[in-house]
Design a protein around this ligand. Structure first.
Ligand SMILES: O=C(O)CCC(=O)C(=O)O
Ligand SMILES: [Fe+2]
Length: 305
């Protein structure tokens, strides 16, 4: 199976043929990256200055926008420029939402919007702790934001003004990753999830699903030998292109590049066309018990982002 599945989409708000929609959903849910080489997000001449890494607050990796509150954080812009940045972030969110709902109409009713991010800092040579180092292969899992089995769907657009590609690597299929790391992860006690939440380390209660996903994420990144020896594919994602990927499923690493916009969505497994491909399904099959928690506070986990 190819890492990329190229889909010919030219506009953010398209009428998509049934055939293209079926190809796209099959590829996406089976762990391919849906690659949209003709779909570019326009940053206007007036907005070009917003792409400078100097507008990013040094404490943050990214500038982030919350579509629920319409607020942008992580920049050091004066008020007028901040408003311009906020408008750019909101526009990207709206474009991303229009695209996802036209390409995957079955998702529309169930999609939960997460953060929008603008990443203007060059990845190559960036220093960070191993857990935060996205240049190591990993599947996404966020320590402070339990998803309780919801999928993490991301759309990226390379807006590099100098025509430079973003370089990624991808690794093994999720089931292979899971089989490799699960035997080294102790199961989680019910008390543990509650304690972590009570200590305010997570926004909502951590489910067994989040416990396993976070451990897989951390163990993958920590294991130098694994990083060096696992079979990888290097891909170049050109400037003025976009791509969509389930980052909780596809083992990925961002190697180099600068200037990307990204939108995160969450989706319950029940809204998928092929729910058996979800990491939750793969893990439950391996472990033979249910990994999600039913309490109200847990179900709304991703809403609390
Ligand atoms: O910034 C990128 O290109 C990808 C980083 C990453 O690992 C992610 O967004 O999940
Ligand atoms: Fe990631």
């Amino acid at each position: 199976m190819d890492v990329l599945k190229t889909i010919p989409v030219h506009y953010w708000n398209n009428t998509i043929s049934n055939e293209i929609a079926q190809t796209a959903i099959h590829a996406l849910e089976h762990g391919q990256i849906v690659f949209l080489p003709q779909l570019s997000f326009t940053v206007t001449a007036d907005e070009k200055e917003l792409l400078s890494p100097h507008i990013t607050n040094r404490k943050h990796k990214n500038i982030s926008f919350d579509p629920h509150t319409n607020r942008t954080q992580g920049d050091v812009c004066p008020p007028l420029q901040h408003a311009q940045l906020n408008a750019l972030m909101r526009r990207y969110y709206q474009h991303a939402l229009a695209l996802i709902t036209s390409l995957f109409p079955g998702y529309q009713k169930h999609l939960i919007s997460g953060r929008t991010s603008l990443r203007t800092v060059e990845i190559a040579g960036r220093k960070s702790s191993y857990k935060k180092d996205d240049s190591r292969l990993h599947v996404d899992s966020f320590a402070a934001t339990p998803v309780n089995g919801f999928r993490i769907l991301r759309i990226f657009s390379n807006v590099n003004p100098d025509g430079i590609a973003r370089v990624w690597q991808t690794g093994e299929p999720f089931a292979t990753v899971a089989k490799r790391f699960i035997p080294h992860i102790p199961s989680m006690s019910a008390l543990e999830g509650r304690l972590i939440h009570l200590c305010k380390m997570t926004k909502t209660m951590r489910s067994p699903y989040d416990h396993f996903m976070l451990n897989i994420h951390n163990k993958m990144k920590k294991d130098r030998d694994y990083q060096n020896t696992v079979i990888k594919t290097t891909i170049e994602l050109p400037s003025r292109s976009s791509w969509i990927v389930y980052t909780d499923q596809v083992s990925h690493a961002a190697i180099s590049g600068q200037h990307v916009l990204e939108q995160t969505f969450y989706l319950p497994r029940a809204a998928m066309h092929y729910p058996e491909t979800a990491p939750l399904s793969v893990l439950e099959q391996l472990l033979n018990y249910s990994l999600v928690i039913k309490e109200k506070e847990a179900v709304s986990a991703v809403m609390a982002e």
